[in-house]
Design a protein around this ligand. Structure first.
Ligand code: PGA
Length: 256
């Protein structure tokens, strides 16, 4: 079945480069990638390089529709917070969006729903689009607690958001067991989690806001599985790690 793309839910394909690519490598990537996606009008394209390559990426995508995002942000705009980067700095550098609470941040760097919530609010306050990640671990799925975990992450990370603020976020469902493992969730399993998240959005805000929320799937997305994922009406795009590092693979995903 073709994707029931509501005009209000334009698909978004986000590449998360994680701790890969120097400035030079970023230039080489876009030199190869840009010509492969010039005709792509069906979706928004966003790339999240490491902080040090953001300015170079913004420069080389200028004039195209490709947006640049950061992989994390701190919630204060300035202060004695060694090592952090602020929302205002990301805006100045040319970012449109920022990934928040990626599972690797949760797993290795102490990200919590509470810190994610502060980051979401701080990003929104300067006009950055938060791409908020949620997702259960393998143990949590096997224990049957997927919905409980998703609900806790949803409520904690989005606490005290106004409906207008909520309407500006993008959500990414990233089951931790599928990230970098080659083990993709089946389109049906992903769609079930997306539906659950959308129902939560409807209950917390309104059905109209929920209907406009874009929920991306992330976890071992590849050129070979993107079509099946995007055929699900509940799946509004993808957050792509490993396969976004190669210009041809990422372009094949964009051009699904
Ligand atoms: P992967 O990573 O595509 O390499 O599994 C996805 C992510 O972590 O966003």
């Amino acid at each position: 079945m073709a994707n029931d793309v509501s005009p209000m839910r334009k698909p978004v394909i986000v590449g998360n480069w994680k701790l890969y690519k120097t400035q030079q490598e970023a230039r080489e990537f876009f030199a190869a990638f840009k010509p492969l996606v010039t005709a792509a009008k069906h979706c928004e394209i966003v790339v999240a390089p490491p902080f040090t390559a953001i300015a170079v990426c913004v420069e080389v995508v200028r004039g195209s529709s490709i947006g640049i995002a950061a992989q994390d942000v701190y919630w204060a705009n300035e202060g004695a917070f060694t090592g952090e980067v602020s929302p205002r700095m990301l805006i100045e550098a040319g970012c449109r969006a920022v990934i928040i609470a990626h599972s690797e941040r949760r797993q290795f760097f102490g990200e919590t729903d509470e810190s994610a919530n502060r980051k979401v609010k701080a990003a929104l306050a300067v006009g950055l689009t938060p791409i908020l990640c949620v997702g259960e671990t393998l143990g949590e799925r096997e224990a049957g607690s997927t919905k409980k975990i998703l609900e806790r992450q949803f409520r904690g990370s989005l606490a005290a958001l106004t409906p207008a603020e909520f309407s500006r976020i993008i959500m990414a469902y990233e089951p931790v067991w599928a990230i970098g493992t080659g083990r993709t969730a089946t389109p049906e399993v992903a769609a079930e989690a997306h539906k659950f998240l959308r129902d939560l959005a409807a209950g917390t805000f309104t059905a109209e806001y929920a209907a406009c929320l874009r929920i991306l799937y992330g976890g071992s997305v590849k050129p070979e599985n993107i079509k099946g994922l995007m055929a699900q009406a509940e799946i509004d795009g993808a957050l792509v790690g490993g396969a976004s590092l190669d210009p041809e693979h990422f372009a094949a995903i964009v051009n699904y």
